[in-house]
Design a protein around this ligand. Structure first.
Ligand SMILES: [Zn+2]
Length: 154
């Protein structure tokens, strides 16, 4: 058994996210719930309900939850600041808090954040991303650095 407290880096989540609700942008803007089909690579897909969380008329987050699971399984994906990858997303789920995943540098890289990102950009609700598709080829995961290492190089 390993007694190390080193954080494990989990592989990035890939998969598919597709809106089931017709015209989801209009539905979401109206403050109603749209349904998103999320299928992580190699797993079976599930339906998630998504709705906007607005404060003073500004969308600050999206609430996402599995359709069958009931209210307690709702997570909040908060819209953060802009980065080179686009809007940073921060999810309230355990995966986002305790697991370090490859891929997205700044925000959460859990299934919810990734799917919200994909879903929102597909319908133009995510503030502009500069790079349409970046190669995930930057970080090597040989060594174990700190739990959160930002490579901000001026
Ligand atoms: Zn999450």
């Amino acid at each position: 058994m390993n007694d190390d407290r080193e954080p494990t880096t989990y592989p990035a989540i890939t998969g598919h996210a597709r809106w089931v609700t017709p015209d989801p942008a209009t539905v979401l803007r109206a403050g109603r719930t749209a349904t998103l089909w999320i299928q992580p690579e190699g797993k079976k897909g599930e339906l998630y309900s998504v709705e906007q969380v607005a404060r003073d008329g500004v969308v600050v987050a999206y609430r996402i939850g599995r359709e069958q699971a009931g209210a307690e399984k709702l997570y909040t994906v908060t819209l953060g600041s802009q980065s080179e990858e686009g809007t940073l997303l921060f999810c309230s789920c355990r995966d986002a808090h305790y697991r370090i995943r490859q891929g997205k540098g700044g925000g959460s890289a859990c299934k919810h954040a990734q799917s919200i990102r994909a879903g929102l950009s597909a319908i133009g609700l995510l503030p502009t991303e500069r790079t349409p598709h970046a190669d995930g080829n930057e970080s090597t995961d040989g060594g174990s650095t700190g739990p959160h290492s930002d490579g901000i190089g001026g």
